[in-house]
Design a protein around this ligand. Structure first.
Ligand SMILES: [Zn+2]
Ligand SMILES: [Zn+2]
Length: 426
């Protein structure tokens, strides 16, 4: 990532947000904190998945399986079968790519199986060059309601709990990650996944939870409805973010919500808009070095942005405003929206109703359009916004004119989402 070495990031020194100055030694690292393999419901062997991310310019990846951690404490023999994802042809391809000694097969009761590689084995093979990092993680997957929370940088499995209330479920899972980190003297980070997957959860779910939170503002899975779904009463993840920010920040600056981008990749052989493929969305993390602790520390501080293709050369924030430099591609146009909510905004809400006027249960309520308004829009590749002082926060979304290489089924242009900046009074 040498092209990012000289990037300067200065985060506003108010309300306890972190600071990174021009003189620091930090760098940008590209990664995905949410990835699946055959260890859970992905369709490729873990070495194929890690190899894909390494070959495609990622600096780090977190294998985050559903409720299982391939840390070597468990062995898994996956059936080789023409009716499953691990076909004989795919095993032969593995032997060809990695060697026959690498691939372990056995036959018992007349069935053939292959042993899945563990994270320690994958680390030995793929971290050899020291410019790539595998971070142990898990997608804590509670069955009811369907809340998924990723725990990044863990020393063992963080088990899921099932519960009745959605807010209580999120709190319980976040608490599990906190206590795991304390017990193991680790910096573990949690993010709350895909608000609009299946029945989803409402923005109100996150209002009363204490402390900073991270949620997936963009998830590369094909079924997560980042754009919202009117029929189900789901707002877009952008609108969700502003509603949560406006309501949480009224409780105090420490209750910020950061937005992360992840791939949530499951399918590695068939590419297309209906598949959960790798590479659609990711996170750029501004960290001290490429090690799990540094990446987790940067995520915890909000020193990252989400991307589906747009990359920045610099992000400068001071008391006066936000100055960006977009890494422009030839022939591509960039529209930068500075989105915010003003202090004292009316956060009253009313129930969301369907076409027949019936209230949609568990849907995010309807709020004022003054929440998450576009304060200023620019088509410059060096856009600047000057604070007026009456903003509660300002966040940035950049949308390019370039269609994503492998878009969602509803399309999608390469974009970036930066973290909200809390604005001091003038
Ligand atoms: Zn999930
Ligand atoms: Zn997932």
């Amino acid at each position: 990532m040498s092209r990012f070495i000289s990037i300067a990031l200065t985060v506003l020194c108010v309300f306890g947000l972190s600071i990174a100055s021009n003189a620091d030694s930090k760098q940008w690292y590209k990664g995905s904190t949410h990835v699946h393999t055959l260890w859970s419901d992905g369709d490729a062997a873990p070495e194929v998945v890690v190899d894909w991310y390494q070959q495609n310019g990622y600096d780090f990846v977190c294998l985050s399986e559903h409720n299982i951690l391939a840390d070597g404490s468990v062995e898994r023999w996956y059936p080789i079968s023409d009716s499953g994802p691990l076909t004989p042809a795919r095993v032969e391809a593995l032997e060809e790519s990695y060697g026959k000694r690498w691939v372990k097969r056995k036959t018992s009761d007349g069935r053939e199986a292959m042993r899945l590689k563990t994270i320690p084995e994958l680390k030995r093979r793929f971290e050899k060059k020291k410019d790539f990092l595998l971070i142990p993680a898990v997608e804590i997957t509670s069955v009811y309601p369907a809340i998924h929370v990723n725990a990044i940088n863990i020393a063992g499995l963080v088990p899921a709990v099932n519960f009745v209330g959605t807010t209580e479920g999120v709190i319980s899972n976040l608490e599990l990650v906190r206590s795991h980190a304390a017990k193991n003297s680790l910096m573990s980070v949690a993010h709350i996944n895909h608000p609009n997957w299946q029945d989803g959860y409402s923005a109100e779910t996150l209002f009363s939870i204490d402390g900073p939170l991270i949620f997936e503002v963009i998830n590369g899975h094909s079924h997560v409805r980042n754009q919202g779904d009117d029929d189900k009463g789901m707002v877009s993840t952008d609108r969700f973010w502003d509603i949560v920010l406006a309501n949480r920040l009224q409780r105090g600056a420490e209750h910020i919500l950061y937005g992360i981008g992840t791939s949530d990749s499951h399918e590695y052989f068939k590419m297309g808009p209906k598949e959960a493929n790798p590479g659609r969305c990711w996170v750029m993390v501004y960290a001290e070095s490429l090690d799990a602790e540094s990446i987790a520390v940067a995520l915890d501080k909000g020193d990252f942005y989400a991307s589906s293709g747009v990359v920045l050369d610099s992000i400068d924030v001071d008391r006066k405003g936000i100055q960006l430099s977009i890494q422009a591609q030839e022939g591509v146009e960039y529209t930068t929206q500075f989105i915010g909510t003003r202090k004292g905004v009316d956060t009253a809400s009313s129930p969301r109703v369907d076409g027949e006027g019936e209230e949609i249960k568990h849907a995010t309520q309807v709020y004022s359009e003054a929440i998450g308004e576009v304060l200023y829009e620019s088509t410059s590749t060096e856009p600047r916004y000057t604070f007026t002082g009456d903003e509660l926060y300002v966040r940035v979304k950049i949308v390019s004119s370039k269609e994503m290489e492998n878009p969602f089924s509803h399309g999608g242009f390469e974009s970036a989402w930066l973290q909200p900046v809390l604005v001091a009074a003038k």
